[in-house]
Design a protein around this ligand. Sequence first.
Ligand SMILES: Cc1cc2nc3c(=O)[nH]c(=O)nc-3n(C[C@H](O)[C@H](O)[C@H](O)COP(=O)(O)OP(=O)(O)OC[C@H]3O[C@@H](n4cnc5c(N)ncnc54)[C@H](O)[C@@H]3O)c2cc1C
Length: 415
Amino acid sequence: MVRQVVVLGAGIVGVSVALELLDRGFEVTLMDRKFPGEETSYGNAGVWTRSSLVPINNPTLWKNLPKFVSNRTTALRYYLPFLMRNLNWTFRFLMNARHSKVLETAAALDQLISLSMQEHMRLVAAAGEEKRLSEKGWMFLYRNPAGFEASQLTRDIFDRFDLDTEILDADQISDLEPSLNRIFSAATWIKDAKSIDNPGALVAAYAKLFVAKGGKFVQKSAQSLSQSGSGWNVTTQDGDNVVCDDLVVALGPWSPGLLKTVSINVPMGYERGYHMHFRSATGGHLNRPICDASGGYVLAPMEQGYRLTTGVELDACDAPEKINQFEQAVSSAKEAFPLTGPVENTPWMGRRPTLPDSRPIIGAVPKRKGLWLAFGHQHIGFCTGPGTARVLADLMTGQSPPIDAKPFCAERYLA
Ligand SMILES: Cc1cc2nc3c(=O)[nH]c(=O)nc-3n(C[C@H](O)[C@H](O)[C@H](O)COP(=O)(O)OP(=O)(O)OC[C@H]3O[C@@H](n4cnc5c(N)ncnc54)[C@H](O)[C@@H]3O)c2cc1C
């Protein structure tokens, strides 16, 4: 008997899982309230890189806490009442910034990122989307020696995990990125990073491949879940019931909301971020995405223009948008690169779904046969969707995943 599986969520994670399960012989229905790749997986900076193995809750976070008290930095903003209402998440997030814990997480994420980059390359070729891929790496830029020195811990972790990096001085930065204003004194160039010029379009192309291979996409909003015999039932907003043997929840930041309907509570933080596209005022261009560590933003060359993405705003998933941090990031970016625009009228807002240890959940829910989870990919989900799919599909078919899946198990949060 062919097993029927419903995958909820058609972001990069859900689409990758749906494709992988189809290849393993499941009958797969992919469900989303929107078209594939229109939410978080649309608006990210499009970077795939092993440098993301260092989670943002690392010992530097503790060191920088006094700086964050003013709540005015471009890198991090927070809405205090949200953090107070979610003390369980806040406290655990801070406790996981311990050095030993960070090394554990870095080792796990490095495995997932490396596997995902291989899997992405396979999918990019299968979807015929090689044109979207650039392999020129990406750069962390520092405006002064103090900023560079403050990032020493991150560089130590890069060295420990043997990343291909090069430290650049001001002249070397200008050689690689001649259109940047000369305000940076040092940079770390992550050489083996890759980038994509339209993340949403790539997810849509993977979804098209899924349908071309025989998968079924349905555009419906899932309202609640329930157990049904030996399988699962998804009730949609329009009152339909979709029954399956296995159910995968890959709803990114919205996963905890739906899981509450079956009394499963997951401590989730929402690292909200904004973006807008700009043009070059002078015709100069950037060859690769850059992260201005001192300015607290990322600028990435995209099909739609230069995409400026902001740092972190910790607030509730659907709280009203606030644009102060974004405006501050735009001023900083204009000091570095001659931007004009923006292309759109209002900024896009997305939520990086983050669990307290900054690792996604990939695996089975204890004591709920047939219910599988794949969410919580914080800053790295666009990169790690395909590796997540590979691990989850192995677990669902009783095979050994190519990397250790234990650091990602649901038992970390669900007894
Ligand atoms: C500003 C910013 C920059 C980033 N930069 C990078 C980067 O450079 N590299 C990187 O790897 N990652 C980056 N990320 C993180 C990355 O974008 C996310 O981790 C990733 O997109 C999460 O994918 P997902 O599939 O889990 O979630 P999503 O893409 O959000 O997909 C979830 C889907 O669930 C659907 N959905 C929700 N509720 C329901 C419902 N009730 N019924 C049906 N469907 C529903 C939504 O419509 C959505 O399509 C960035 C994120 C942000 C915000």
